[in-house]
Unconditional design. Structure first.
Length: 347
């Protein structure tokens, strides 16, 4: 293979076994370069160095290979091969050094790739109230603010169905929770609105106060990190991983599992597909049932149970398929939406 008149060594001319991708093109090479930059930056942070060389990135991959999926290992290998090709094209490495580094990419020991992976690492999509109670109890016994907040997030999560990052930036106006939709994009027609309202029908006054306190604490944290929700998600996800190991039935459970359980709960309670999509902020009606929790795993077998309400104007924005339908209804921002509006569909 040649590129701009450069003839690569044989070890750089083989196809990339990165998942289903076997060939390279301009787009995939650009994606490889971007991923390599991320790998090098992450490794530099871990090692406390301003930057790392390519042989250090290779050593890190060799050491992690037994714990990686085979698909992930070959993707990272393809990324490093692209970095070597770029380095070779720039004249920064010799043929002999390229051969040495490619051979060095083999796992650090005789242990095969993925041989030490935990087969139970798959994220779970459902959990039972007993598991929820055990996790919340453990977290409430801890003194840190993060543990206290995480306990409340697990407690309220199956009732409000927000994404992990959407816990930060919510607003509560009496019984109406305004959620800042993380995946809304008007240009790409993703989501139904920048802010979506949910009426909390079954919350008592004490629960509303506790939810308001949680939102206030989380929004203070969001302000402290200059609006970086990803940083806060990593913080709470790390604590979740540590705590779930203490509860056998919580293996694979994440904070995001509460959103899966929310969908399962609403489906079991008899909510329509459009109502569920509107409550979750989906623009297309089939997204929730395809990617989220199953009706059979819901906690509400009684189809007359109505824990939340969603405005009819919001439900009308949900599309039945990929093609949008013209609608005149819009959702006002939180400050303009009166509490207890007649628009809410309360069946």
């Amino acid at each position: 293979m040649s590129s701009n008149g450069v003839i690569f060594p044989a070890c750089l001319r083989e196809t990339d076994k990165s998942g289903k991708l076997r060939t390279r093109n301009t787009k995939t090479e650009a994606a490889y370069r971007k991923r390599y930059g991320g790998m090098a930056t992450t490794l530099a942070k871990k090692s406390g160095e301003p930057h790392v060389e390519i042989d250090q990135v290779i050593d890190d991959l060799r050491a992690r290979a037994p714990w990686l999926k085979k698909r992930s290992y070959y993707l990272y290998r393809a990324v490093i091969l692209q970095a070597l090709r770029d380095l070779y094209r720039a004249g920064g490495i010799s043929d002999a050094e390229v051969e040495r580094l490619v051979q060095r990419m083999k796992p650090a020991s005789e242990t095969p790739v993925a041989s030490k992976r935990n087969g139970k690492s798959r994220r779970c999509r459902h959990f039972q109230p007993a598991t929820q109670g055990a996790l919340v109890s453990i977290l409430r016994r801890r003194s840190s603010e993060t543990a206290r907040n995480l306990a409340d997030m697990l407690d309220f999560g199956p009732e409000i169905g927000v994404r992990v990052c959407e816990f930060f930036g919510c607003r509560l106006d009496k019984r109406i929770l305004w959620v800042s939709s993380a995946k809304y994009s008007e240009a790409n027609e993703r989501g139904i609105a920048e802010f979506r309202p949910i009426e909390l029908l079954q919350f008592n006054d004490q629960e509303l106060r506790e939810l308001a306190d949680l939102i206030a604490r989380l929004n203070c944290e969001l302000e402290a990190v200059n609006g970086d929700r990803s940083r806060l998600v990593r913080r709470y996800s790390a604590m979740m991983r540590r705590v779930r190991d203490l509860v056998p039935s919580a293996s694979g459970l994440t904070i995001g599992t509460t959103r899966h359980q929310f969908r399962a709960n609403l489906a079991a309670a008899g909510y329509s597909r459009e109502e569920i999509a509107a409550a979750m902020g989906h623009a297309v009606v089939g997204t929730a049932e395809t990617h989220y929790g199953r009706k059979s795993m819901g906690w509400y077998p009684n189809e007359n149970y109505r824990p939340i309400g969603v405005p009819a104007s919001v439900i009308a924005l949900v599309r039945s398929g990929a093609r949008p339908k013209p609608l005149e209804s819009t959702i006002a921002p939180p400050a303009d939406q009166p509490s207890g509006s007649d628009e809410f569909r309360l069946r």
